[in-house]
Design a binder for this molecule. Sequence first.
Ligand SMILES: Cc1ncc(COP(=O)(O)O)c(C=O)c1O
Length: 183
Amino acid sequence: MKKHNFSAGPCVLPQEVLEQASQAVLNFNNLDLSLIEISHRSKDFIAVMDKAQALVKELLDLPEGYSVMFLQGGASTQFLMTAMNLLKKDGKGAYISTGSWSKKAITEGKNLGSIDVIASSEDKNFNYIPKGYTCPEDADYLHFTSNNTIFGTQFHEFPEVSEGTVLASDMSSDIFSRKIDVS
Ligand SMILES: Cc1ncc(COP(=O)(O)O)c(C=O)c1O
């Protein structure tokens, strides 16, 4: 009998997906090589990446003008990379503090530049999503964690930002779980 893992994060996958994935690890596309033994520049591997990108675009219903990137280093690397990529010279980043993962993003952002925590639910041990805050118009970006994996709270509406502010969301534990308007 198949077990069910109720932990946050991992999900149940259809049996045929698991079988296809294990087959590809043993012998991919009848190449007599494993998917993890072929060059990442080979046409067979590039086809896998192209298809994965197309499927992500389809699942997220991404409008024209958006790109999908698969980056190394896990979500944790993006705590620093978000600030590194979005913080302008002498600019500032705005953050909503709703749990351990957003606190890590704040710590990394502070290592790099000027960071404002514009809302927090730390006063009640992160048991709610803050409301009634305004993101400063001059913020280069607003960072929030759409689903707080450890504390079990989720943003059902995304924060409002002015035109010049990029909305950056750590969706590690709820991306693909519901329709979102990426634009
Ligand atoms: C919301 C959230 N952000 C970041 C992370 C860290 O992800 P990674 O292990 O890929 O660095 C997790 C991991 O569970 C998470 O749930």
